[in-house]
Design a protein around this ligand. Structure first.
Ligand code: DAH
Length: 350
């Protein structure tokens, strides 16, 4: 009989230390399982004198019941407690994780590429670290030519190449023109778009030492200015909107003849140059915004690429994605350096 009492005390002591459902289950097995302490005690009934067996049996049964009740009660309490611990309030607003995004210029470049790919142009990239030859000589700007001054250049301290001259950071994507002609082994047709970083040693409100250019080159038989105009017109309508118009203004570039600058009608004043009758449009002042330089590829440039200018003709254009971004979003940036300052407040606007 004492054994029954001491088992009860032992159980009560152990129960107090339990603080999880898992521990409670183990305790249940320890006492009420098939090999459990209660069954072990029951087996001892044979050693009990006959006249006391009935009481012994009853006491064990009582203990079993008591243990059972204790366990049930604790199970309820513990499961309530554990539920509370993992309680999920579904009405709470979810956590918002900060979302990153691409740089606005990356978006613009992807869009430009898509527009040109639709009409059969292929995106290529040519070296940013370039030879003087491809940046100038091959583009009809021999050594000492004053036109080279328009392309202020970062030179690299490296060994000069006998044929190609000094090494530099390409000041424009036009350097890819002759490289492309050579890549196709001087066999047109060529429909290239070359978007790359360019470098010039300028740092002010309208210049960054690193910027982007976008070069289009189309060479084939019987290519003329109307193809150039048609292509730019298509691009402008796709990129800026159907209502925008273009105009070609005569200009001079050493690597194209004839050469033009291309303007796009302003999206703010619809090309009128004025807003509300008399107020000059602050964005364009004249109704037009300058977009790109372009022209018919100079015969000397075709020759540098091994292409016979009597058989083939072509056009080229070059413009800045940074400018396209500003012209489309109608953001008048007082200082374009903000594009490269990684100021999150600015970048998040796009
Ligand atoms: N490379 C010229 C620049 O950096 C832009 C340009 C003008 C590119 C006329 C051309 C072109 O392909 O035909 O200012």
């Amino acid at each position: 009989m004492d054994e029954i009492n001491s088992l009860k005390l032992k159980f009560e002591g152990e129960l107090k230390k339990i603080n999880s459902l898992n521990q409670l289950l183990n305790l249940k097995i320890k006492y009420l399982g098939r090999q459990g302490l209660i069954n072990q005690l029951t087996k001892k009934i044979k050693q009990i004198p006959l006249d006391q067996r009935k009481i012994f049996g009853q006491k064990i049964n009582d203990l079993k019941k008591t243990i059972f009740q204790y366990l049930e009660k604790w199970e309820k309490n513990l499961s309530l407690k554990e539920k509370k611990e993992v309680f999920i309030d579904k009405t709470l607003p979810g956590k918002k994780y900060p979302k990153g995004s691409l740089h606005p210029l990356t978006y613009i470049i992807e869009e430009i590429v898509e527009i040109f790919e639709k009409i059969g142009f292929v995106r290529l990239s040519y070296p940013e670290v370039e030879w003087e030859y491809f940046a100038f000589e091959a583009l009809n700007m021999p050594k000492g030519h004053p036109a080279r001054d328009d392309f202020e250049t970062f030179f690299i301290q490296a060994k000069e190449n006998k044929k190609y001259g000094k090494m530099l950071l390409s000041p424009h994507t036009s350097s890819g023109q002759v490289r492309e002609m050579l890549r196709v082994k001087s066999q047109p047709p060529i429909r290239m778009i070359n978007i790359a970083k360019c470098y010039r040693p300028n740092w002010d409100a309208t210049h960054t030492p690193m910027f982007h250019q976008f070069e289009g080159l189309c060479i084939d038989k019987n290519i003329n200015i109307s193809h150039l105009k048609g292509t730019i017109n298509y691009f402008v309508k796709e990129f800026f909107g159907k209502e925008r118009e273009i105009r070609l203004r005569p200009f001079h570039f050493q690597f194209t003849e004839p050469s033009f600058e291309i303007d796009v009608s302003c999206g703010v004043c619809q090309g009128k140059g004025v807003i509300n009758q008399n107020n000059k449009c602050k964005v364009c002042k004249s109704g037009w915004l300058e977009l790109a330089g372009a022209g018919m590829v100079h015969p000397n440039v075709l020759k540098a690429g091994g292409i016979d200018p009597k058989k083939y003709s072509g056009w080229a254009f070059g413009f800045g994605p940074e400018r396209c971004l500003m012209m489309r979003e109608e953001v008048k940036l007082d200082d374009i350096r903000i594009l490269y300052e990684n100021d999150i407040r600015f970048l998040e606007k796009f």
